[in-house]
Design a protein around this ligand. Structure first.
Ligand code: HEC
Ligand code: HEC
Ligand code: HEC
Ligand code: HEC
Ligand code: HEC
Length: 339
């Protein structure tokens, strides 16, 4: 008679134990998941409340003035996106993305449903699904977030490619032409030219300045960057001008499909009067962008030169098709006096 009761007893006990273990396991998993979601939500809240700004004031200022911070509010973007009926699936996901460590580096980003106005924010490039911040090796710890050293930040081209090299969005691709160039072979990356090295306190809680990279991402709105983009050489041989452009840009030039460079040759009389003017546009629309390191010579006929005339070659940058000639930016210039 004892046997079945004991057996039942054992069964009941072990079943009860199993349930307990399962309940404990499930609730601890649920708690952890909830914790993770909370940490991600806390990071968003911290960003909103100015916490990132207060501990990382220098980096914040750099980012705040960059086009990444303006990727959503940028009027040129909003105007273009408003022409696209399904902008929410075709455009907005890169201009106000969810953190790419969560949606997957290299994968097409996903549209955020909150804080869209801050565009490509700190969280987009640094926050993981556990609420930790990934970055290059750190020198200090913080209670606000965990730090994870991730080698992708030391050479971030793969990170940039997530938005600047999606195969289905060739209009915004600077990465493919870069990878095919000698710049990539020379161990350079997008950061070499767009995130120059700087020594500074990485946060207000850090004890020493360590090397980091500027979060400014200067591009075609920077005159200094445009002056570095290419060099120009002019050669005059009786009635003909050869103008050589050498690209020094790490990708196709101009880098964006909205931009146009204008190569202009003018012939001026000794008194300054304009005798002849020719312009060649260089853009994605014209199908003649320069490849990295390309050397290109364009020949202009100047049949009516006389001694003392000035031949002037200029390379200029037009931000959008609407930018008036008076606002074109001079990138390079070369002058020759006819002997
Ligand atoms: C794969 C991510 C991605 C998608 C999708 C995307 N963009 Fe962009 N967009 C970028 C990146 C990166 C840049 C900056 C580099 C460049 O201009 O090529 C940019 C820049 C722009 C600019 C230039 C803004 C300026 O100030 O000059 C415009 C305009 C623009 N995008 C419009 C659009 C429109 C319209 C769509 C949808 C049809 C779209 N984008 C979809 C990533 C994306
Ligand atoms: C209480 C101060 C504090 C706050 C708030 C804070 N951080 Fe940090 N953060 C630090 C410190 C300290 C480090 C380590 C700095 C160093 O290496 O010198 C750090 C490092 C980082 C790193 C580099 C991580 C690595 O491993 O290289 C990133 C990225 C970062 N923070 C982003 C953020 C963002 C985004 C926010 C807002 C959501 C934020 N931080 C809020 C103090 C803070
Ligand atoms: C999550 C998407 C995303 C990632 C990742 C990203 N960018 Fe961008 N980037 C953009 C968008 C969107 C713009 C366009 C902003 C605009 O003009 O409206 C942009 C603009 C730029 C510009 C143009 C600034 C100008 O003045 O025209 C540069 C340069 C740039 N990014 C460099 C980088 C580099 C370098 C990396 C990698 C470290 C990177 N980006 C990573 C989305 C991204
Ligand atoms: C477009 C992507 C991108 C955005 C947006 C971005 N970062 Fe970074 N961040 C990087 C990369 C790439 C590095 C690695 C640079 C290096 O090698 O030092 C980095 C490095 C850092 C570091 C380590 C120290 C340093 O200067 O290298 C900190 C701290 C940091 N970021 C904080 C921030 C904060 C705070 C914001 C927002 C104000 C922000 N980042 C926005 C890409 C980004
Ligand atoms: C050797 C230096 C160099 C390297 C490397 C480089 N760039 Fe550039 N980048 C420039 C210069 C110069 C300009 C300004 C001229 C122009 O419009 O292309 C520029 C412009 C840009 C622009 C602005 C385009 C626009 O329409 O306004 C973006 C975006 C950009 N680069 C992204 C990248 C990315 C992503 C990488 C990595 C694959 C990269 N760059 C590598 C020098 C470089």
């Amino acid at each position: 008679m004892d046997f079945p009761i004991t057996r039942r007893g054992i069964t009941v006990v072990s079943f009860g134990f199993l349930v307990c273990v399962l309940v404990a396991l499930i609730s601890s998993l649920a708690l952890r998941a909830e914790n993770q979601i909370d940490r991600v939500a806390e990071a968003y809240q911290g960003f909103q409340d100015g916490k990132c700004k207060s501990c990382h004031p220098a980096i914040w200022r750099e980012w705040e003035n960059s086009m990444h911070a303006k990727a959503w509010v940028d009027e040129i973007y909003q105007f273009a996106a408003n022409q696209v009926p399904d902008r929410e699936t075709k455009c907005d996901q890169c201009h106000a993305p969810q953190p790419i460590l969560i949606t997957g580096v290299g994968k097409m980003p996903k549209l955020r449903d909150n804080q869209r106005e801050v565009g490509v924010s700190c969280l987009v490039c640094h926050l993981d699904a556990h609420g930790a911040m990934h970055g290059p090796p750190a020198s200090a710890e913080t209670y606000f977030h965990a730090n994870v050293t991730n080698p992708i930040y030391t050479d971030p081209t793969a990170l940039c490619k997530t938005c600047h090299g999606q195969p289905s969005v060739p209009e915004h691709d600077q990465v493919s032409s870069f990878l095919d160039s000698r710049f990539a072979e020379k161990d350079q990356g997008c950061a070499t030219c767009h995130m120059p090295i700087v020594s500074r306190l990485q946060s207000t809680a850090s004890y020493e300045s360590i090397k980091g990279r500027k979060h400014t991402w200067r591009g075609s709105r920077s005159v200094a960057q445009l002056k570095r983009a290419a060099s120009l050489q002019l050669e005059y041989v009786s009635g003909e001008v050869g103008v050589k452009i050498q690209s020094k840009t790490g990708h196709v030039l101009p880098g964006g499909t909205l931009r146009t460079m204008i190569l202009e040759v003018t012939l001026l009389a000794p008194d300054g009067a304009e005798r002849q003017k020719q312009q060649i546009p260089i853009s994605a629309k014209d199908g003649n962008r320069l490849f990295p390191d390309e050397n290109r010579t364009s020949v202009f006929d100047v049949p009516s030169t006389t001694v003392g005339d000035t031949i002037k070659a200029r390379l200029m940058y037009q931000l959008t098709p609407e930018t008036p000639e008076s606002a074109w930016i001079l990138m390079a210039e070369s002058v020759h006096i006819v002997p």
